[in-house]
Design a protein around this ligand. Structure first.
Ligand code: NAD
Ligand code: AKB
Length: 321
């Protein structure tokens, strides 16, 4: 079992909270937060080690592994779907070459456990859209999806070829209130809450009936730390576990927000992200994750909405947003 962890891309939407979740379990001093742009919250900076790391800089990765005696890596650094479509070459470079650096350096240095998140973006227009199976067609239509499929295949290859312990899970859209999302297609489901609290209205870049799988951050943190801790011998899959929580359309999310802010108004102005969303599943079959490492989400739509509106409302009252 790995004891000293390094997290790449730790300043992002997920890393900014996942770092603290891992520190709670493994100890503050034992989780090193790194990012290309190492601007972390005070809680992360004051609580434990931080460093600058560009995942394309293999030498620096080696140096940090030696410096902190790292034996586990959570590799979050990536470009997401919408920013990836604006700069596909950079998305390929960071997502593929960054992942190869992490895997190769891990192989050379005998890293005990590596977790690399994947995404529902591995699926595409030819994938069954409802209750998308664990093992199914992976023919994505975005560069982000292409890199995530390759990342899963590489992870599984390193397990088979070198006997390494590489794991990953296909996150749905993650909804949270600490750090803003970094440029994905599911970002509307975060932006809608900020605009609901601040302005009472929101202009959505997806159509009202676009159904996508989503998950609230506390469930994302639990899924990730649970998979990282799971017994290797019980895993039949490795680098790409489906994990589901709830599936929603912008219209359904609006109805949920209206239970708390009755006058909330939404308008729709779909842009290039609509085609990306249309290529992704409506819902996910996560029975393999449930069977192999006990996955079970806790938040449904209304529980998430209530929590999000409360947290963002508090930020608004304090003048932070
Ligand atoms: P994010 O965009 O919020 O954060 C990514 C971080 O990576 C940023 O802090 C950025 O500075 C950093 N980064 C970019 N290039 C880098 C480089 N060359 N070297 C080091 N760091 C670099 O992303 P996120 O939402 O926190 O996603 C984390 C992981 O989870 C990614 O692999 C992503 O594909 C996956 N994921 C996220 C979601 C979601 O809804 N947030 C859904 C599915 C999968
Ligand atoms: C995105 O929309 O790109 C991400 C994801 C589902 O991978 N949130």
């Amino acid at each position: 079992m790995a004891k000293k962890l390094l997290i790449t891309g730790a300043g992002g939407q997920i890393g900014s909270e996942l770092t603290l979740a891992f520190r709670k379990i493994y100890g503050n001093e034992n989780v090193v937060a790194t990012d290309l742009n190492p601007v972390f919250s005070a809680e992360i900076t004051e609580g434990g080690p931080t460093d600058r790391l560009d995942v394309l800089d293999r030498t620096k990765l080696e140096t940090l592994i030696d410096k902190y005696q790292i034996d586990g890596i959570i590799h979050l650094a990536a470009l997401l779907s919408a920013v990836g479509e604006k700069n596909p070459q950079l998305a390929w470079d960071v997502n593929i070459n960054g992942t190869m650096n992490v895997l190769e350096v891990s192989r050379e240095k005998g890293i005990k456990r590596i977790l690399i998140p994947s995404s529902i973006a591995v699926f595409g227009p030819t994938t069954p859209i409802e209750n998308t199976p664990q093992d199914t067609i992976l023919q994505p239509s975005t560069m982000y999806g292409v890199t995530k499929v390759a990342g899963e295949l590489l992870g599984d290859y390193y397990v088979q070829k070198y006997g390494m312990d590489v794991r990953g899970l296909r996150y749905p859209g993650i909804i949270s209130h600490e750090t803003l999302p970094g440029g994905g297609t599911t970002d509307y489901a975060v932006a809608i809450f900020y605009d609901a609290v601040k302005h009472g209205k929101y202009e959505c870049f997806l159509k009202e009936d676009t159904k996508l799988p989503m998950m609230y951050m506390p469930d994302c943190l639990k899924a990730t730390t649970d998979l990282f801790a799971a017994d290797f011998d019980k895993l039949k899959h490795h680098a790409g576990f489906n994990v589901g929580a709830f599936s929603i359309t912008p219209k359904e999310l609006t109805e949920s927000i209206k239970k708390f802010i009755p006058n909330f108004e939404i308008t729709y102005k779909p842009d290039f992200r609509q085609a990306i969303a249309d290529s992704w599943p409506n819902s996910i079959d996560d029975s393999a994750a449930r069977e192999e490492w006990g996955w079970k989400p806790q938040y449904d739509l209304d529980a998430m909405t209530e929590d999000m509106l409360h947290a963002i409302g508090e930020k608004h009252k304090k003048g932070l947003i």
